[in-house]
Design a protein around this ligand. Structure first.
Ligand code: PMP
Length: 418
């Protein structure tokens, strides 16, 4: 079995290092925009932030946080149900519900907590069958593990493949069924087939649970997220998770759904009941972020133009496979770096080998660009990638400068075996 702890840890780390999989924290110094970085005195353009609209440094948001702290103090002081729930939370919840078109909302301290809450609450209270996309976010993967440990039946369908899902739902006899997906997949940037998923779930009496961390604030005509992008309106069998740490430039999350479902979360959601409530000052600030999302529509327009510019630029690079339309799952076997189809600010280049991806990350950093290497286990084996996150604060000239250094760097570190 395992060594005693210290040598086990040493060996484990050494093995990670050998495989190009060791993760290291980088200490950032203050910058004026999420599109910039300063690490250990080295500075440049960052493509690592999910602050897609550039709101984290917006003066109105900064002011709102200061104002919120003056009104409410810094911490909530207790969990929501014990006394930490304030007018600031209630206002944010009702504004969110109205903006997205759901009856009600509950605020959570993070998307991670919200995902754990929704999935495990069901699994603990009733015999539950859960069907989740293979590529859902790690927080949902953990929620599924907890649910399984609590007796739920959990199955993962191949990414976007609804024929499996249909068959499994058909056979399932559990009184509670959950269909679980990301709205926008965080490492690929593609969008779930929500219309078909919602229809399938409804037809089989299942809930549809969507983590729209990366769609909220970005997609749809007004930024409501991936359902609006698909031309859908909220339905009674949906539970919708949005987060505030990405397009809203803040931190925290909310679950949206029926009034009754929210009251039920108050009883059954442990990451809501047993944790200190979100600071009311932050709820106050997130309310301002929501107003900025609604009012400063030019940020979304800029982002859309940058996404277009980026994809055109990548398509002009030599020896890159560009996917121009949604593709059938797992259809490529090309050895070239691959740009998957994505209409979102998440624009990965899939390389395959973790060592090669890390070497390219380092070479890009030398050239003044911070683009994170994403490696297994965050993404499946053989699909290590550079994850370029575009942000409304980027300039087209900055994208062009990055595109210019990409080709020579790719040539310097040629494709290794996946
Ligand atoms: N879901 C997705 C798809 C995410 O990308 C993330 C964050 N990376 C989360 C949930 C977790 O959200 P939070 O950071 O608010 O915990």
């Amino acid at each position: 079995m395992h060594d005693s702890s210290p040598s086990f840890v040493r060996g484990w780390l050494a093995e990670r290092q050998d495989r190009g999989l060791l993760r290291r924290l980088r200490r950032a110094s203050p910058v004026a925009s999420s599109a910039r970085f300063v690490h250990d005195g080295r500075q440049g353009i960052s493509f690592a932030s999910n602050d897609y609209l550039g709101l984290a440094h917006h003066p109105a948001l900064v002011e709102a946080l200061i104002e919120g702290a003056k009104i409410w103090g810094v911490g909530a002081g207790s969990s929501a149900l014990v006394g930490g729930y304030t007018e600031a939370h209630a206002v944010l919840e009702s504004e969110l519900a109205a903006f997205l078109g759901f009856p009600a909302a509950r605020v959570f301290t993070s998307g991670y907590a919200a995902n754990l809450a929704v999935i495990t609450a069901f699994a603990r209270e009733a015999p539950t069958a859960i069907f989740a996309d293979k590529l859902v976010h790690a927080s949902l993967v953990d929620a599924l593990q907890l649910a399984r440990a609590g007796g739920a039946k959990v199955r993962r369908y191949p990414h976007g493949n609804l024929s499996f899902l249909g068959q499994w739902l058909e056979k399932s006899r559990e009184p509670v069924k959950l269909v679980v997906t990301d709205g926008v997949f965080s490492m690929d940037g593609d969008i779930a087939p929500l219309s078909a998923l919602s229809e399938l779930a409804r037809a089989h009496g299942a809930w549809l649970i969507v983590d729209d961390a990366h769609g909220f604030g970005i997609l749809g005509p007004a930024g409501q997220g991936s359902f609006a992008d698909a031309g859908l309106t909220p339905q009674s069998h949906w539970l919708w998770v949005v987060t505030f740490g990405k397009a809203l430039g803040a931190m925290g999350a909310a679950v949206l759904g029926a009034e009754e479902a929210m009251l039920w979360l108050d009883q059954a959601a442990r990451t809501h009941i047993y944790t200190t409530a979100m600071p009311p000052a932050l709820a106050h600030a997130v309310h301002t972020a929501l107003q900025l999302v609604r009012e400063e529509t030019t940020r979304r327009d800029r982002l859309a133009a940058l996404i277009h510019h980026w994809r055109q630029g990548v398509a002009r690079l030599p020896a890159i496979e560009v996917i121009h339309a949604p593709e059938p799952p797992e259809s490529s076997s090309s050895a070239l770096p691959r740009l998957p189809f994505s209409r979102t600010p998440i624009q990965p280049l899939i390389l395959g080998s973790p060592g090669q991806t890390l070497a390219i990350e380092q070479a890009l950093a030398q050239a003044g660009f911070f683009v994170p290497a994403i490696r297994p286990p965050t993404v499946p084996e053989g699909s290590a990638r550079l994850r370029f996150s575009l942000c409304a604060d980027h300039g087209e000239a900055e994208l062009d400068a990055l595109l210019e250094v990409l080709s020579p760097i790719f040539q310097q570190f040629p494709t290794a075996d996946k």
